[in-house]
Design a binder for this molecule. Sequence first.
Ligand SMILES: [Zn+2]
Length: 698
Amino acid sequence: MERSVYFDGWSPQTYCQHPSMPPRRLSMIDDLDEMGATMLVWAGLGGGSISLPYLEEEAYGAIPARFRHYGYVNDSEFISHSRARSIDLFAIVFESQAWEFPAEIVGGEVVAQNELRGVAPKSTVGLREFSSDTGPASWKSFRSYFPDGLTNSDGDDVVDLWEEVACRDLEGAPIHAHWVEVAVRDQDCYYADRNNPVWREYLKAVIRTQIDAGARGIQLDETDTPMSALRYGGCFCKDCVLEFRSYLLALAPNDLPEELAGVDLTTFDYRAWLLERGHKARENPRALPLYKHFSRSLQIAIARTFEELARFAKDYAASRGVQIRVGGNFYDLAPYWDPMVSHVDVLVTEMRETRFQQPWYFRHGVGLSRGKPLVAVENPYGGVTPLLLAKLQEGRARDLFRLTIFEASAMGANMSLPYGSWLGTEIKDSYWVPRDLVVETGQFLKQIDPLISNVSPHLTAVIFSVHSLIDNAIDSDQFADGDRWFPIVTQPDARPASYWESIESLSRSTRTFDVVVFPDEILRENDSVAQSLDRYDTVVLPDVWGVSSSQHAQLLEYLDRGGRIVVHGHYGTELANGEAERLLTHEGTTVIRSVDELPAEVPVDVIADLGELAAVSLHEIEDGVALHIVNYDYDEAQDRVRVRNNVNLGVSSQKRVTRATVHAPGRATVELPVTEISEGRWHVIVPEIASYAVVHLH
Ligand SMILES: [Zn+2]
């Protein structure tokens, strides 16, 4: 499993200032090595969102002797030294950030940028100056990167790249990526739009520069642009209008919305059409006519343009004779990322909320990842990170920190160790954890690496139905900050969804499970689900109303081969009449009324009396099976997890177990007696479980 570090490297007690990370020093590599890092995310070469020459300065810029004295290196040197220590820096591609910064320039030389000094008249640097050749003297010309210039979808030469690539509200005003603008500075970050072919060409130039600078990992960030502009009311730029027109033209006549009867779609302009009907900028997009279709056109577009960039990165690297890996930030692992998973080597999740107990989130993520490594980082805007940092700074909460990391590995994923990582734009600090604690945590992950796997022997599968959940995710409060940007409109047509509730209920009941994805077949071809379901004793269908006929057929075959299905809520409501009944009335099907009934309906892989404040998972490993146990029973007064003693555990395993060892952070590895209580059921007593323990059944 990868061991990632969230390597913004932002300084303590200053703002986290996108998109260019602070200069790197050689001693940082020693830190990363001690932490056991194998890969770095949000880790460097982000300056392409300012300009390509700025990015090249990050990569190759000269370092004065005084800075050499302190081990400063440029990013290409840092990448090369890191690789020599088997640490892969993933260069970051900010796909929705287009920047302009305040600057002071004397004789073509930048004497202040972002943080001003008052030593020269204020001007600006960024994409606008780059494309008009009015930037600092050290910047090479725009045409030296794009000899034929760049041409937009209107056929016009691009003269102001910054204005060209911005997402636009209904009345044409640019939308800002407000979540990266530091409020106390005079910064402007436009929300850039990947539907715009000019921006895609520009991002490809960023990727080329990063690969040429030695990066062997490319991390595509903000991969849902421009769909997430819905958060600000939606983007209605010329390219989103074109995208929607193409979507409508591709619809079957029967699927065309009534509102468009008699409208000439070959010239249809959604923006003009809305304005004619009296709509104004920044209304709640969900209340606009044709919204469902507009949302769907964005779902299709983000999958296609993501693939274009991910493929470009691989192809360009191959043309230079090197192999790279592509990582995608799939934020909260919502359903619309599923088609993009096919095009990455590593999934990164920024999470929507970082909480103290959410093992089911990681089981969800491991399922969505389809065998690829899943790396998480904490989200400063949702959850406990600022609170945790405050406690760590007081010398407290070390067990709480350990839990945030070990929960992920216990569930078959990896939580990045923080190294000056992001705290948003309002907190004047970055996330640093005491060195001994991150080193100890990282070293333990390294020690148990052979015991971590994203393949399990679990007997229960829960179906994650993309089609059933995709609209709910996009129309949820996630795409609206309360009423900050537009009035709240509740979704009258929100569909029932018990997926998240179901997996939480299983986790809290010490049940183990895998998540199996049923793709939305318009966005991604169905894979051979039948084959992968056969190894499960029980398949859970939580409100899988949006099942395709082929997925339905596969479930029926699974039942006919002796499988068991547990249904909660709606099933197959879009199937032809009577079809769903065949599954619902099958002798292998159990229908439950409440999610509370679910844990009793699935097989017990691990027999344990641990209560709600624990979670377990089994990992298939080369030499047997590993049982991971996380203990969330934190005692606030004592500021540590309550240790559980003499814990009885029973494990189902078809493999013959001959001996058992237990691994726990800060403790010696101990041999345990193991007995077979019944056929394929193995029993051990673990003398002591603090925050985390891994029992290796050999
Ligand atoms: Zn747009």
